[in-house]
Ligand binder design. Structure first.
Ligand code: ADP
Ligand code: MG
Length: 359
């Protein structure tokens, strides 16, 4: 187990002609025993960050410390890290027993009997003891991913790094495996950094979530913190499903006016003293239908989900989503209005995107 410090990390690919800054100005501590999830859109630098921590990439600037020891110049095999990838990376010609035992055969002087005993223990933990004599191509995707996990666990590393390990599995298996992985991590207590592009997965799994965009760490916090108190408009837009409604409004004293006749008067007048315009955010679950509401809209589609409906509407060219009770189903084209409470309102600086007000 270990505390991992990523200090001022910067990683640039390419030469002077064409440079890609994959990770920049990145500071983060992963606590001992923590399950930390990196999340962000494709290309935001998740894999690169993980590879720098693993020692598979040289860093351009900054340092990586394991329990206070600088490992920046250590190669991957000198760091006590096990990685699990999306594509499993199993050896096709080896049985499950050989695949899982491989890291021990490679790195220790343990006898075959000792290694076999460890393999038995790990496969039992993962519920795949009946597969020991099979080859990878005879296994389902979920079984292959368990074997890949087994190969990581058997090394008993200080740190697990997992890069989208569940993304090749179908939705049902993915959700089962999420729970299993979390339980396994809790039992083992090994510090874990887990990468996903799926914010739902991040919210469900992480002790804390680190949100990246364009190579930069945007925010680190619990699911509740990043949902309720995003540091900027990007985080607000990325976290939450369906996404938060966002639009621009003009500021006149304590009153906001915006597209399609949007108007809202704030009680907390100090918030907007020096602004001409702001970005306004309201989550779909915080909107309600109300004839005198601040957001006059026209219904475009109603999606019935069983216990609730999603109402899609347009307000002066801005698309809105509202989550409403299942009994209510206005016709397409109906004029409606939405209301919300000031405490549920998010406001962002229209230039920098930084949060002015959150929940
Ligand atoms: P993510 O895992 O979040 O999708 P990556 O870390 O793979 O993002 O990539 C971050 C950026 O770095 C992207 O612009 C990507 O094209 C670039 N990149 C990643 N690896 C390399 C490489 N080996 N050579 C050049 N550019 C790379
Ligand atoms: Mg990646």
């Amino acid at each position: 187990m270990a505390t991992i410090d990523i200090k001022n990390l910067r990683k640039v690919f390419g030469d002077a002609g064409e440079q890609i800054v994959a990770v920049d100005d990145f500071d983060l501590t992963i606590e001992d025993g923590e399950f930390l999830v990196f999340v962000g859109p494709s290309g935001c630098g998740k894999t690169t960050t993980l590879r720098c921590v693993a020692g598979l990439e040289d860093v351009t600037e900054g340092s990586i410390e394991f329990d206070g020891t600088d490992v920046t110049d250590q190669r991957a095999r000198e760091r006590d890290v096990a990685m699990v990838f999306q594509n499993y990376a199993l050896y096709p010609h080896m049985t499950v027993r050989k695949n899982i035992g491989f890291p021990l055969r490679l790195s220790t002087k343990q006898s075959t009997a000792e290694i076999d005993a460890k393999v038995d223990e790990v496969t039992e933990m993962l519920g795949i003891q009946q597969l020991l004599d099979q080859k990878p191509k005879e296994l389902s995707g979920g079984q292959q991913q368990r074997v890949a996990l087994g190969r990581a666990i058997i090394r008993d590393p200080e740190l697990f790094l997992m890069d989208e390990p569940l993304s090749n599995l179908d939705a049902k298996l993915r959700s089962t495996m999420r729970t299993e992985l979390q339980e396994l991590q809790q039992d083992l207590g090994v510090t874990t950094a887990y990468v996903t592009h799926d914010q739902t997965e991040a919210m469900a799994m992480g002790d804390r979530i680190a949100i990246l965009n364009e190579g930069k760490l945007q925010q680190v916090g619990t699911a509740e913190e990043v949902y309720r108190s995003p540091t900027n408009e990007f985080v607000a837009g990325f976290i939450g499903s369906p996404s938060i409604n966002l639009f621009t409004a003009d500021v006149d004293g304590d009153t906001l006016t915006g597209p399609g006749g949007f108007t809202f008067t704030l009680e907390d007048t100090a918030l907007l003293s020096d602004k001409d315009r702001v970005r306004v955010g309201v989550r779909p679950e915080d909107l309600r239908l109300s004839s005198g509401g601040s957001m006059p809209s026209v219904v475009t589609v109603v999606e019935q989900m069983g216990n609730e409906n999603f109402l899609y509407a347009e307000m002066g060219g801005v698309d809105l989503t509202a989550r409403i009770e299942s009994g209510i189903k206005p016709e397409e084209g109906t004029r409606v209005a939405f209301a919300f409470d000031e405490e549920d309102l998010y406001l962002f600086d229209s230039q920098t995107g930084e949060a002015i007000k959150t929940k």
